[in-house]
Design a protein around this ligand. Structure first.
Ligand code: 13P
Ligand code: SF4
Length: 311
């Protein structure tokens, strides 16, 4: 076995640590992780682990969420530069201003947000539970949905419910919208299309589908939603519209199927910042700890727990 992999495994045991990795992480990080999943699955796992140290192989807001949920655990992010363009698309000041304009509105924040934003929110959601979270809110309530405009539109379409949607986006998924979807359909007539709702193309797919969930061959899914879909599908060909890191896991669970990335350039550079050496250093030096000030964490925990309890 590769030396560094052996060393990581040994150190992990000695320190009673758990390694969590997002579906977009590099293949070798996914392979060494104790748990690989989407934002919701990772939050759930962070909440229930008995480990003393959580090494979070993902981006900053994910480590922050783990630290908010498990304030007694040491949460480490191996590379502090791992940010998220979507989380940066709204600041706490902007949210406070927006709330002032809609004083009675319920605030639903995607988990891709800073701890300060979560602290000012009523509910958190991820791409896998956004529809359920919004439908749990009484119909007469005005809703501020942030920060992703495509996910917001998706929820609005599925529920036929008007939302106030922040005009934010993820630079990786936004660009997938520039891809020639029609051409991909021509090239792969028998494929199923699995599309992340953050994608720029998701809105046109919804229009095309008219009723999104009935559209043959097109499915809007979170990253774990894609994993579950492929696990249970008899199809042999899939076109995947999200960050390409997920292809590693998809190929592992269904080696007999063929997977195409709708855009091979859909690479989140933040997600690729962590490597095995940094993971080893994180365990060895217990770096870099992500901690949220107690007053912010106590407020932010409320919408996160509401989200975890709903589904
Ligand atoms: P998922 O929760 O679907 O894994 O999405 C997280 C994310 O960052 C998408 O870009
Ligand atoms: Fe953030 Fe986009 Fe990267 Fe996901 S893919 S972590 S939303 S920048």
């Amino acid at each position: 076995m590769n030396k560094i992999i052996e060393k990581i495994k040994k150190l992990k045991k000695e320190k009673n640590a758990v390694i969590l990795a997002h579906n977009y992480q590099p293949a070798d990080i996914q392979d060494i992780a104790d748990y690989v999943g989407d934002s919701l699955g990772l939050s759930r796992h962070a909440a229930k682990t008995n480990a003393s140290i959580i090494v979070f192989c993902g981006v900053h807001f994910m480590a922050e969420t783990a630290s908010i949920i498990s304030p007694d655990k040491k949460v480490l992010l191996p590379n502090l530069d791992a940010g998220c363009s979507l989380a940066s698309s709204i600041t706490a000041e902007q949210l406070l201003e927006w709330k002032k304009q809609h004083p009675k509105a319920v605030v639903v924040s995607y988990v891709n947000t800073s701890a300060e934003i979560k602290a000012e929110s009523d509910y958190c959601c991820t791409s896998s539970n956004a529809v359920k979270v919004v439908s749990s809110i009484p119909i007469e309530k005005d809703i501020l949905f942030l920060p992703d405009r495509h996910l917001g539109k998706y929820v609005q379409t599925v529920l036929s419910r008007k939302l106030n949607i922040w005009d934010g986006g993820c630079h990786v998924h936004e660009k997938i919208g520039d891809t020639d979807f029609g051409q991909a359909e021509k090239e792969h007539p028998n494929a199923e299309f699995l599309i992340h709702p953050e994608c720029g193309c998701s809105s046109s797919c919804m229009l095309k589908a008219e009723v999104y969930f009935d559209c043959k061959g097109i499915h809007l899914l979170s990253t774990d939603g894609m994993i579950n879909y492929v696990e249970n599908s008899a199809s042999k060909e899939f076109v995947i519209a999200t960050e390409v890191g997920i292809l590693h896991r998809l190929k592992k669970i269904n080696p007999n199927a063929i997977f195409f990335a709708l855009s091979e350039n859909a690479i989140c550079e933040y997600m690729k910042l962590i490597n095995l050496q940094q993971l080893y250093n994180a365990l060895l030096f217990e770096q870099y700890e992500v901690k949220v000030p107690k007053d912010v964490a106590d407020k932010a925990r409320i919408p996160i727990n509401r989200m975890i309890e709903i589904v």
